[in-house]
Design a protein around this ligand. Structure first.
Ligand code: SAM
Length: 252
């Protein structure tokens, strides 16, 4: 396998042999002034559709850089279809949650405003920038879809019937997460749902328990912070039903 460049960039443009891809001011600055790269240096590019490609810096300017796409390093490959629906938390833990959930392979991040959610506004652009940076670092071939914050009931009103929900329930009836996952049919779309620092209100839990395809699970005897709970549940899901039997690319 062609040696993998250490630098990876997410780009919007199509990737094919001979294509010339332009990246914007911030990425040009990052390549030239942070990484001190120069024309001819290799960069791995991915766009979420065409796999990962070896490219070389062709031209650099103040406002942009042009990269010449050479050969494909990896074809696009299927990734787990796992959403994270989460009651947003304050800025620093949210930055952390978005980055780590991206590393843990979520395909979508959906902020859900619940009755006890204290955070009103969620900056989608900031979440997207954190997700792109984490996707570049962890060598995944996609960037998770980032949605605007909606109320939990709005999200449930348009919920796809076939998508199963792993409800992290700190109170009431719940099965230990590993026991539930080991008995679940593999495959199919899933979502992890976690509540706010103040927890779900009983009316929300009652609604969720009546909702089809909702499976309440416990994450042990300790009350986890909302971001910890989300990441713990995502890790359990990947380990049992997800792609953690695979190995990182090109490191056999
Ligand atoms: N205020 C709640 C309380 O004191 O009981 C705790 C809410 S917890 C900080 C935030 C969210 O993380 C919960 O709504 C739940 O989704 C998840 N969570 C935390 N600890 C959990 C546990 N031991 N089992 C299942 N879910 C948990």
């Amino acid at each position: 396998m062609t040696d993998r460049p250490r630098t990876r960039l997410f780009v919007e443009g199509d990737l094919a042999g001979g294509a010339m891809v332009e990246c914007g001011r911030e990425q040009a600055h990052y390549l030239v002034h942070v990484l001190r790269l120069a024309p001819g240096d290799p960069v791995a590019l991915f766009n979420g559709r065409d796999g990962e490609w070896l490219a070389r810096i062709d031209k650099v300017g103040k406002k942009s850089a042009i990269l010449a796409v050479n050969s494909q390093l990896r074809p696009q490959a299927p990734e787990p279809d796992l959403w994270l629906v989460f009651a947003p938390v304050k800025r620093a833990p949210l930055d952390f949650l978005v980055s780590k959930a991206t590393e843990l392979g979520v395909s979508a991040l959906m902020p859900a405003i619940t009755r006890r959610t204290v955070v009103e506004r969620v900056k989608r652009e900031r979440m997207t920038a954190n997700a792109i940076e984490a996707a570049e670092q962890c060598e995944r071939l996609t960037v998770p879809r980032i949605e605007d914050a909606r109320s939990l009931s709005q999200i449930l009103d348009s919920w796809p019937a076939e998508r199963r929900i792993l409800l992290c329930a700190e109170a009431g009836e719940a099965m230990p997460i590993n026991d539930f996952l080991r008995g679940a049919d593999p495959g199919g779309p899933w979502a992890v749902l976690t509540g706010p620092e103040g927890g779900f209100e009983q009316t929300e839990l009652d609604l969720l328990h009546k909702f089809p395809n909702v499976n309440a699970v416990g994450l042990g005897p300790r009350i986890l912070r909302a971001d910890t709970a989300a990441l713990a549940a995502l890790a359990c899901w990947q380990a049992v039903l997800g792609d953690w039997r695979n190995r990182p690319p090109g490191r056999n």
